[in-house]
Design a protein around this ligand. Sequence first.
Ligand code: ADP
Ligand code: ADP
Length: 228
Amino acid sequence: MARIELKNIVKKYGDGFPAVNDVSLDIADGEFVILVGPSGCGKSTLLRMIVGLEDITEGDLLIDGERVNDLAPRDRDLAMVFQNYALYPHLSVGENIAFPLRLNHSKVPESEVRDRVQRAADMLELNEHLDRKPANLSGGQRQRVAMGRAIVRDAKAFLFDEPLSNLDAKLRGQMRTEIARMQRSLATTTVYVTHDQTEAMTLGDRVAVLRKGVLQQVASPRELYEQP
Ligand code: ADP
Ligand code: ADP
């Protein structure tokens, strides 16, 4: 769990118009924030800056009060789940989930790796699939593996970039319920990008609306729903 503070964050690619323009947002410990807005408004850029995959041009990013602008991604200890899953095709489901724990710098003993993979598989109902390869899984199962890889690390926060947009409507509904359950039980701070109205209105504690790189509004789903 972590508090994530964005203070006057700006991102410029080259010398064009800023992709993210003076965004400030204080995300509480354990809070679930949904980030919405039209294509190209800067949602992915904002997530990538938080996780450390993109440099911040101006402003401060604080995790639990510490400025992390210059910290490498792995030292920020955040887990990102992508729309296209980004699984390793040659590794089994179990190996994919275990992967972040087996990186050289993580130093988690193998017995604990197995325990943690088991727990993640239990939570995501992947137990029967641990030895299969991603190619032999459905889209929903693949997305679950990607989530398993995020939760196995005990990361301080989850960052989701349109995780369900490649799934059909029925699976999307199921996974939405699972994500809500998972976030409630782990109480991990979550920032979740979507353009799906239902996800935005049902999953989050607050919805942040981004437009042309500018944060237009931050409100609870209820407040957004009830406004004229
Ligand atoms: P969203 O996720 O909301 O669709 P993005 O963060 O992907 O928006 O993009 C925001 C703006 O930044 C867009 O105008 C996009 O073209 C631009 N952009 C994104 N990534 C790059 C990049 N690597 N180089 C240059 N411009 C980029
Ligand atoms: P290496 O550590 O081998 O140099 P990378 O430069 O690809 O590998 O990534 C550095 C670290 O950043 C990784 O070990 C990983 O923990 C973290 N990282 C990379 N991409 C992400 C991501 N999308 N979400 C969270 N952490 C990431």
